[in-house]
Ligand binder design. Structure first.
Ligand code: PMP
Length: 380
């Protein structure tokens, strides 16, 4: 049995062996992909092969992919480079969308969600109709805290009817659910390598053919002039290999982790019937479970589980060592004291039954000790 159980795949995914091999194989290459000589051409080939692998995962043409230094850059860049200064974003979007929108638009317009975390499409339609300034709508494919899957194709249709662009943060969905850029009819889409088992610090922005976009970075002709800077060849190679592996293994992997997740949820319900599992009334990623036992604080759980060798996340964003209340659960109407008890368990390619058992043993001890006993009393 492993020394620790890593159950925090939505934070980052362990490097897949295929990504590791591709990364290591290109670490010693010296070529700059812009050089004409053979070393340069080899680096260029490595990048273009990876671009094809990622393009296959997302059903796009390779030329539509712009490599970036991660999805934070892709999200910030998409919003800024679209040129749109009216931005509507789902209330549960990642901070890299919300914070970017806040500085770009005079006033960010947040689209409300229902109690399962699904964006209110009627509301979005009405918001767009209220003003005819060219807008950009940003809706994520799947939420990082709850796994809620959004109706992105519907949002794109609504946006386009109003003359708006649709950007989709697909970071948590890529490699976990079928993701077809053409079928969703998105204009822009962000993905991140480390969320699908590739190296960190590399991501991509997918751009609809024909969309006018300002360069993400200026100063060189790389990425067809859309993002200047010498390419990170090894990281791109690892990203491509991870995308191919995640694609090939997606169906069986998600079935397997879905069974693990469902067993975990079944067991926690029988340990503590008062537990609240979020997002269950909508389509969810198979790997994610976000739940709260009222009275059992998130930070107490995260720390106690860590001492028991189990890595999970608070259902809240953790920055500078402080756990802040989740804006995602808040937008779903979860009461603050319940949101403060939320934790997120997220699984993936290396997760096992033993990991889930280890979690359940430790969580049972927490949920049934004194504080838990008060918590499991019938809710008023
Ligand atoms: N969007 C979502 C939904 C995420 O979960 C994350 C990672 N926490 C990001 C964007 C940012 O991605 P990166 O770590 O590649 O900057």
């Amino acid at each position: 049995m492993r020394q620790a159980a890593y159950l925090d795949y939505n934070a980052t995914v362990p490097l897949r062996p295929q990504a590791r091999a591709a990364l290591i194989a290109s670490l010693d290459s010296v070529g700059n992909a812009s050089s004409i000589h053979r070393f340069g051409r080899l680096a260029r080939r490595t990048i273009e092969d990876a671009r094809e692998q990622l393009a296959a995962l997302l059903n796009v043409m390779p030329r539509q992919i712009v490599f970036t230094a991660g999805a934070t850059e892709a999200n910030n860049g998409a919003l800024r480079a679209s040129g749109r200064r009216r931005i509507l974003a789902g209330a549960t979007e990642h901070p890299s969308v919300l914070a970017a929108a806040q500085v770009l638009a005079p006033a960010i317009e947040t689209v409300p969600v229902d109690e399962a975390g699904i964006v209110d499409r009627a509301h979005l339609t009405a918001m767009l109709a209220a003003n005819d300034e060219p807008a950009l709508v940003s809706i994520m494919a799947a939420n990082n805290e709850t796994g809620t899957i959004q109706p992105v194709a519907d949002a794109a249709a609504i946006a386009h009817r109003a003359g708006a662009l649709l950007h989709c943060d697909a970071v948590q969905a890529a490699g976990r659910i079928p993701l077809d850029f053409q079928a969703l009819n998105a204009d822009l889409m962000s993905v991140s390598s480390h969320k699908l088992g590739g190296p960190t610090g590399i991501g991509a922005l997918v751009v609809r053919d024909g969309l006018a976009l300002e360069p993400l970075l200026r100063g060189g002709g790389q990425e067809l002039g859309r993002r200047a800077g010498t390419e990170n060849v090894a990281a791109i190679a690892g990203f491509g290999a991870a995308a191919a592996a995640a694609d090939a293994e997606r169906a069986s992997e998600q079935r397997r982790v879905g069974d693990l997740r469902n067993r975990l949820e079944h067991e926690i319900r029988s340990i503590a019937p008062a537990v609240r599992i979020f997002g269950t009334n909508a389509e969810r990623l198979a790997n994610t479970s976000c739940f709260a036992l009222p009275g059992l604080a998130s930070d107490v759980q995260v720390i106690a589980l860590d001492l028991a060798g189990i890595a999970v996340s608070a259902g809240a964003a953790c920055s500078s060592g402080k756990i802040a209340r989740s804006h995602v659960l808040g937008a779903m109407g979860v009461e603050p004291d319940v949101a403060n008890a939320a934790i997120r368990v997220s699984l993936g390619w290396q997760s096992t039954d033993a990991d889930v058992d280890r979690f359940l043993d430790a969580w049972r001890a927490l949920a049934t000790r004194d504080v838990g006993k008060t918590a499991v009393a019938p809710a008023a």
